[in-house]
Design a protein around this ligand. Sequence first.
Ligand code: XBP
Ligand code: MG
Length: 248
Amino acid sequence: MTTLKTILWDVDGTLADTERDGHRVAFNRAFEEAGLERRWDETCYGGLLKVTGGKERIRFDIANGTMPALSDTDIADLHARKTACYQALIAEGRIPLRPGVRRLLEEARAAGIVQGVATTTTPAALDALIEHTLGKEWFDIFAVLAAGDIVPAKKPAPDIYTYAMKQIGADPASTLAMEDSENGALSAQAAGIRCLVTVNGYTAQHNFDGADLVVSELGDNDAIRILHNPQQLQDLSQVRLSHLQQLF
Ligand code: XBP
Ligand code: MG
């Protein structure tokens, strides 16, 4: 019999709604600082989120002809500028954790569940978010922080989940991914692990057929909406550790 032993958290869109008012704004500030005219509005950015990874997203825009051609060095510089803008935005404290995230992190921690992070974003961006939302102690509480270019193939490839599990010796059969997007859920599934999805404005219309539970949010005070519940979990006014354990 398998039981839940490890939770691997996605970051952008899952721990916090970082994309629209965080990463997107930081990209635009970097474009402006670099003298580029291109801006990513909220709608266009939703489409660009299909491409995971900031440098990859810029390259995709260039290939589309909507951004002028840039060398690899220029792309790396532009992205470094973007990361600095993002860190500054996060340090302002304007992007909070999503509802229920801290509650569930603490509940899992108290129960001795091993927790870690598996994200596409750059390590410096991840560090800023942890420091300014969860608090510095979580650098030590998380057993692994797997991020960015540590694996060449980003989500939906399974590599970042496989890497994170290898680092901590986690068994895929006892590991759960917390995700918000189709690319993230596909990555978890390809790594052979169960997956819970909390959707957001950018991902609500994604396909989550293979996910083990899909909800509008983890929930603190308001009742959550249950969008896909193949295991027919009951009593889901908010997602608690006992629900995660019932997925195993
Ligand atoms: C997150 C991403 C990231 C961020 C930008 O995907 O795609 O690329 O948008 O981060 P996920 P960087 O939540 O599935 O990990 O600019 O630091 O790459
Ligand atoms: Mg995400």
